[in-house]
Design a protein around this ligand. Structure first.
Ligand code: CO
Length: 292
């Protein structure tokens, strides 16, 4: 299993060779992390005041930003410092979108930017119940945002001002994890997807696919033996680097991380080169039925 594909993308806006674009999309769709070692979001010195854990509200794990509404969430800051934070988040959203459309032009028409997050608190000191504990191997699935078979593509930048490397664990391929846990996953209660919508728990209908992905995430996180014994490697992301992954497919866990900027995109699954490796297709093949 190959975990990482390195693309030495140069900063700037020059066009990327078609062969590199194709190789990048293929690697992501195969469940690899696309690592851009010398490609980074430029952080000007004027943003220095934002690089402190106390910009995060005490009830929140990180600061987030919606590019669609330009609203900030989870921050304790007010006044000029709030405008500066908003400027950085908007700038990062722009950087992330331009990076994806430059390197992965095939995804351009199906890409919807969701939340941006800024994580200034060291992972070890973030309070997390097991279900939200990103230090355990998991795949991403959102309880309130069903994705109905579309994809979760995330772009991460290590912007640690002290030059600290971020450390992740990457786990076994999606199909292996799915085969392991799918037999234990029960169908949702009849009409529960309607109830979830009526009570505004979900923003749209939670399909059988979304149900399985949430159960899979729980099963992975809860299983201590799986956490310890599943095939996995440690991966380092130095300060000043960028990486991308389909995090609904790549099993990942954070070991060490402080000061990370991240943009989540939802991607129309019809834009993929190869849909056969997507979690929906893998699960439908294993379950022998349609799941959306
Ligand atoms: Co995750």
């Amino acid at each position: 299993m190959k975990y990482i594909e390195v693309v030495d993308l140069a900063p700037g806006r020059s066009p990327v060779a078609a062969e590199t674009c194709y190789r990048s999309a293929q690697a992501l769709e195969a469940g690899q992390i696309l690592f851009l070692p010398r490609y980074q979001f430029p952080v000007p010195g004027s943003y220095q005041a934002l690089f402190s854990p106390d910009i995060v509200h005490r009830h929140s794990p990180n600061v987030s930003y919606s590019p669609a509404t330009r609203k900030l969430y989870g921050t304790a800051r007010m006044g000029p410092s709030l405008s500066l934070l908003q400027e950085m988040m908007a700038g990062f959203a722009d950087f992330a979108r331009k990076t994806v459309t430059r390197l992965l032009p095939i995804y351009r028409t199906g890409l919807v930017p969701a939340r941006v997050s800024f994580r200034p608190i060291e992972i070890e000191t973030r309070p997390m119940p097991w279900r939200k504990d990103v230090r355990r191997l998991h795949i991403d699935a959102f309880p309130s945002t069903p994705i109905q078979g579309n994809r979760i593509l995330r772009l991460f930048c290590n912007v640690n001002p002290a030059g600290q490397t971020h450390l992740w664990r990457i786990g076994e391929p999606f199909e292996q994890t799915a085969k392991r846990f799918l037999p234990f996953i029960r169908p949702p209660f009849p009409l529960s997807s309607v109830a979830l919508m009526l009570t505004s728990t979900t923003k749209s209908r939670r399909t059988f696919y979304d149900h399985i992905m949430l159960c899979l995430q729980d099963r992975m996180k809860r299983d201590q033996r799986y956490q310890a014994e599943a095939e996995q490697v440690k991966v380092e992301f130095p300060a000043g680097s960028t990486w991308l992954a389909f995090t609904d497919q790549v099993s990942h866990a954070t070991i060490r991380e402080q000061y990370q900027l991240e943009q989540t995109f939802l991607l129309d699954a019809n834009r993929l080169h190869d849909q056969s490796t997507a979690p929906l297709n893998v699960l439908e093949k294993l379950a022998g039925r349609k799941l959306v």
